[in-house]
Each structure stands twice: as structure tokens, then as C-alpha cells.
Design a protein around this ligand. Sequence first.
Ligand code: ADP
Length: 395
Amino acid sequence: MSDSDEMGRANEMRRAKEMRPAKEMRRANGMPPADELLQPEMMGSEAEVAFEGALRPKSLAEFVGQHRVRGQLQLLLDAATIQNRTPDHILLAGPPGLGKTTLAMIVAHESGRPLRMSSGPAIQHAGDLAAVLSSLVPGEVLFVDEIHRMARSAEELLYLAMEDFRIDIMVGKGAGATSIPLDLAPFTLVGATTRSGLLPNPLRDRFGFTAHLEFYDADELVHVLRRAAVLLELRVEDAALIEIANRSRGTPRIANRLLRRVRDYALVHGGEATRAVVRSALELYDVDELGLDRLDRAVMMILLTRFNGGPVGLNTLAVSVGEESETIESVVEPFLVRIGLIIRTPRGRMATREGWEHFGMQPRNDIAEQLAHKHRPTGNEGARAGTQQLFGDEL
Ligand code: ADP
């Protein structure tokens, strides 16, 4: 392993630790863990970080899908190289597990610049950010994950830093306080966010380029999986890859994680990873054909049986299944909307006809009548709606 790989690993481990609080809080509060296999967030265990690190594409050419974003980033990097300057600041927005960290690493790698990794939750005071900014070397790429969770005071410091590569450091308090200007080395900020709607406009406006990452389709996920299987020296049938892709919720991180479980299963039972092996392995892990896990099914069952298919508010659903409403809102609901099992209405969430059918149930006659008049989203509309859930109406 090269020195830069080693540093990248250490950086990732640190970031994973900083990003872990939600799950640990849930455990500390005695709440049951959500099914972790299908959680698109990084789990943060050492094995997971190492596994992800090994599978990360190192160049834009290796990065699967997201064609528009890739083309735009390539242009931005090429233009900076021709003009011999640092590339513009970049904001990467999209649900967890779609490749934001990977793209930040690629930006540094392709432009031959060092990378510093940090995250919003680690920047709780302006001083935390000042310490990072003042120690950057010229041209360094600074990656700030979950940038919407950074402290307000740090955000204000960042405005001037992004625009003029300068910060004002406040010394003293009250009437005697003075600000000392400090010049910074030119740098490129790559911010990542799963909630771009929560970013204040002045911060959003200071990024030269914003990329919205979309969920991947099954063909693209097969491509991601095939590449991972080669790197892991794993023999997998094409039909098996398709089966895994279909259950991966449009998310490469989940696809790779399921592949790892299938690899374990094939190892223990001996032989190649066939479609039948995938089916047995994923059945064992409670992942169904659509990629629904235990929590998704619990939410759907409560919605169908206790609330007659809705409409019902998100918080009520969350309390009914004993899960945090943030998890339901950012992970469960976008996926169920995307695959067309529920819709959002002004009065709450409602099961669609497909939702009832998937669970082999029939709505009451009056509800069936209402659903017949409702617009049924096509696959693509559903996918867009799923992404919109996370970004409000800005897409
Ligand atoms: P995010 O930062 O958006 O949560 P990551 O960049 O950490 O997501 O990606 C998670 C995992 O998915 C990584 O291990 C990476 O290898 C894989 N991955 C993500 N996007 C792609 C892609 N376009 N092509 C291949 N692998 C990908």
C-alpha cells in the first residue's frame, strides 16, 4: 500500500468515526438497530472502511454512471489545468452511498493534488475550521462531508475563505476584540451533502459547480458489481449480478455490501456465486426481490393494516415502528416512493395500489376507488420523486 493510500485510509477511518453518532445514539437509547445491510450510510467499522476503500474507483474513467456529472467535472478539471489554477469549489449533493466521497478523491487524484478530509460534525466552532484552513498546502483539495452539519460560525468564516482565500481571525472579546486577517493557500473545497436544501444560500452560491447525483439504474449497478467482483477475485454469474443489482436500492454502496454477503455465503457453502446462491443468501439476510428490508416491510405493514393504507403522518409511522423519524424520512420513505409503493399527499403518506399488491392485500372498496383515480407514477417519475424527497423542490 502506498503512503497516499495509507493516509487516505486513516482519513476515511477518522471521518467514519465522526459520522457514526446517529446509530450509536440509537443503541445508547436502547432502540433496536435498523437493518444495517441496507442502510446506505457508511457503517464505520474498520472492515467496512477497508472494503469500501479497496473498491473505490480511482479515476473518472473508472467511475460508473452519472455521465453528465462526470463530463462536467472533467471539463472543470481540464480548464483548471490549462489555466494552471486550482479547480473551482465543488458541491456534491445526493443520497448516501452514491459516490460523493469517491468523486472528491478522484478530483484530488486526477488533478494531482493532496486531499484533506473532514466533515461537518467535526467542525463545531469557527476555530476548528480556521485550524484546518490555515494548515492547507497550496492547491490542496479540502473535502467536507455532510457540510450542512457544520457550525454557523464556521460557515461565515468559510465564505471569505472560499472567495478570497483569506480569513479574519478574531482575537479578544467585547470592545477590545480585533480581527487579524490571515492569507490562506489557494485550495479547492469539495463539499458533500445529503440535504442540500439545508445549506444556506450564501454558502451554496459560493460553489462554482454543483453536481446532483442520481440513483443508479440496474445496468449501472451490474457494472459496479462486475468491477467489484473482478477486484475481489470472485466468480459470479451474470444472472447473479442482475439479481443483486435489483435488490440494491439504486445505491452502489449497498450493491457492494450485498456482494460481500453473497461472497461469504458462497465461500461457506462452496462453489460459484450463482443466481440460486444469491437468492438463498439474500433470503437469509431478509432482503426481498425489490430490495425491501425488515424496516421497510414494518413501515408498509403498519401503513396497510393499522392505518388502512393512509394517509398518515411520517412521525406517526416512525413512532409506530419504533424508529427515528429521520431514518424513515431519509432512507425508508424515498425508496418506497421511488419504487412506487407509497405516495406523499398533503395529508400524509398513502400506500399505492402496487403497495397493496406487493403485500398480497386488497384495500377496502372505497380506498380502491380513490386509488383508481390517483395518478400512478411510472418508474422514472417514481425515481425522480424519490430524489426530490431529499432535496425539496430544487431539482
Ligand atoms: P457517499 O460519499 O456518497 O456516501 P461513497 O463515495 O463513499 O458514497 O461510495 C460508497 C461506495 O460505493 C464506495 O465503496 C465506492 O466504491 C462505491 N461507488 C460509489 N459510486 C460508484 C461508482 N459510480 N462506480 C463504482 N463504485 C462506486
